[in-house]
Write a protein that binds this ligand. Structure first.
Ligand SMILES: CC(C)(COP(=O)(O)OP(=O)(O)OC[C@H]1O[C@@H](n2cnc3c(N)ncnc32)[C@H](O)[C@@H]1OP(=O)(O)O)[C@@H](O)C(=O)NCCC(=O)NCCS
Length: 175
């Protein structure tokens, strides 16, 4: 487990926030945080538990003391193993704004150690865009935006998902 040096602690709480590799016991917390976010496409509880078993090496959780307060789920693209695809990021509402998401991304990128990261963002998600732009800036990497999935794939009710590709990231030269 690594301490999140850059997370701002709650004043006077004495609480300690750390990041770690998820375990299957964390799956239910991921599902609850995703559901409560009201911003993510929520998958089944089973999917999060399974993810924590099979993709733990490319995912991360943040804990405040023992409680999971955030997560990033990701995988290495089978056709491009130099690319970490970040599937979902969420932080419990009460823990937002204290760099939990930024620190999870930094710790995950450092742990996985590949130079490229991809994710998709809908145009209405300013927080998500700011979060990934910040990662590109800290790793000195360009970020490209292209259309990925629209109504043909996702249906008319779903906003189009734009692909953001960040890299090459300079992992040992954080700005
Ligand atoms: C997006 C989310 C994970 C950010 O979590 P967080 O821990 O509050 O974010 P951080 O404090 O680490 O901030 C990271 C960056 O995003 C920016 N940011 C965070 N929330 C923001 C908001 N609501 N509007 C604009 N920028 C925002 C911060 O200023 C920071 O930018 P910087 O690195 O340039 O300084 C959180 O708001 C969330 O869970 N949202 C719902 C789920 C979601 O939309 N996930 C993303 C799509 S997968």
């Amino acid at each position: 487990m690594s301490a999140l040096g850059s997370i701002e602690p709650e004043t006077g709480s004495g609480a300690r926030t750390t990041t770690s590799v998820p375990t299957t016991a964390d799956g239910v917390a991921l599902w609850k945080i995703a559901t409560a976010s009201r911003a993510l496409d929520v998958n089944s509880r089973y999917a999060y538990v399974l993810w924590c078993r099979d993709f733990a090496a490319t995912s991360i959780v943040a804990r405040l003391d023992d409680r999971v307060v955030g997560f990033v789920t990701g995988y290495l693209r089978p056709e491009r193993p130099d690319t970490l695809f970040v599937w979902q990021v969420a932080v419990d509402e009460a823990a937002r704004g204290r760099r939990a998401a930024a620190t999870m991304l930094d710790d995950l990128v450092a742990r996985v150690g590949v130079p490229y990261l991809e994710t998709t963002v809908t145009d209405d998600n300013a927080a998500s865009l700011a979060m990934f732009s910040g990662l590109a800036e800290r790793t000195g990497a360009p970020m490209e935006r292209t259309a990925l999935f629209g109504p043909a794939e996702l249906g008319a009710e779903h906003d189009p998902e734009f692909l953001y590709r960040i890299g090459p990231m300079h992992l040992n030269d954080r700005r």
